[in-house]
Design a protein around this ligand. Structure first.
Ligand code: ATP
Length: 209
C-alpha cells in the first residue's frame, strides 16, 4: 500500500530495544520520522472521540484532573486483563492507523520512517516497503528499560509478554540492527542503513537531505 509518495521504512523492536536511539539519529540526518506512539497520543487528546469512549468504559477516574488520559492507570488495566486490552486495541488501532497515514503523507525526505513497537503485530506493517528490526537479547531489553523508566521488573515483563517474542519479530525483519553493543556501534549501523537506503533510491535522493 502506498501510504506516502516516498518509500516507508518501518522500524520496530520490543520495549527498550533502542528504536528511539535509532530514529533520533535518522531524524538528525534529515529523515522524517513518524512515531506510532505519538500518533496514539494524538488520538487520545481531550475532545477526541477515543478518549470519550475510554472514559465511558472505565469511568472518569481514568482521566487526570486536567482532563488528559491517565496513561499509567490505563496501562495497569489493560496489561492485567487481555479482554480489556483487546477492546482498547479495537477502538484505537484504526484511528492510530489513520493518523499515521496522514503523517506519512506529509513526509518531506527521500524516505520516511515509521517507528512502532507494534509494527509487526498490527496492520501498520502493510504501510511499509521495508521493515527494520532493532534487536537486543531480552535480558538487556529488561535492564535498559528498567534503568530508563520507573517501572518495576514485573511491569516491564508484562509489556514484553504482550509483544511479539524476539524470534517472531526477527522472522518479520527485512534488515536487523543489532543493538547489543555500545551506542557508538549502534550509530555506525544506523549510518550504514541510511547510506544503503539512499543508495537504493538512486543518486538524486541523497541531495535532498
Ligand atoms: P520504547 O519501546 O520503550 O519506546 P525504545 O525501543 O525506543 O523503547 P530507547 O528508548 O531508544 O528504546 O532505548 C532504551 C534505553 O536504552 C534508553 O535509555 C537508551 O538511552 C538506552 N540505550 C539504547 N541503546 C543503547 C546502547 N547501545 N547502549 C546503552 N544504552 C542504550
Amino acid at each position: 500500500m502506498a501510504a506516502a509518495s516516498v518509500p516507508v521504512v518501518g522500524i520496530t523492536g520490543g520495549i527498550g530495544s533502542g528504536k528511539t536511539a535509532v530514529t533520533d539519529q535518522l531524524q538528525a540526518l534529515g529523515i522524517t520520522v513518524v512515531d506510532a506512539d505519538l500518533a496514539a497520543r494524538v488520538i487520545m487528546e481531550p475532545g477526541r472521540p477515543a478518549l470519550a469512549a475510554v472514559a465511558a468504559r472505565f469511568g472518569e477516574a481514568i482521566l487526570l484532573a486536567d482532563g488528559q488520559l491517565d496513561r499509567a492507570a490505563l496501562r495497569r488495566i489493560v496489561f492485567a486483563d487481555a479482554s480489556q486490552r483487546q477492546w482498547l486495541e479495537q477502538l484505537t488501532h484504526p484511528l492510530i492507523g489513520e493518523e499515521i497515514v496522514r503523517q506519512l503523507a506529509a513526509a518531506d525526505s527521500p524516505y520516511v520512517v515509521l517507528s512502532s513497537p507494534l509494527l509487526l503485530e498490527t496492520s501498520q506493517k502493510t504501510l511499509c516497503d521495508t521493515v527494520v528490526v532493532v534487536d537486543v537479547p531480552e535480558q538487556m531489553q529488561l535492564q535498559r528499560t528498567m534503568q530508563r523508566d520507573a517501572n518495576d521488573e514485573a511491569q516491564v515483563r508484562r509489556i514484553m509478554a504482550a509483544q511479539l517474542s524476539r524470534e517472531e519479530r526477527l522472522a518479520g525483519a527485512d534488515r536487523v540492527i543489532d543493538n547489543s553493543g555500545s551506542l557508538a556501534e549502534l550509530r555506525a549501523q544506523v549510518e550504514g542503513l541510511h547510506r544503503d537506503l539512499l543508495e537504493a533510491l538512486g543518486p538524486a535522493a541523497g541531495d535532498r537531505t
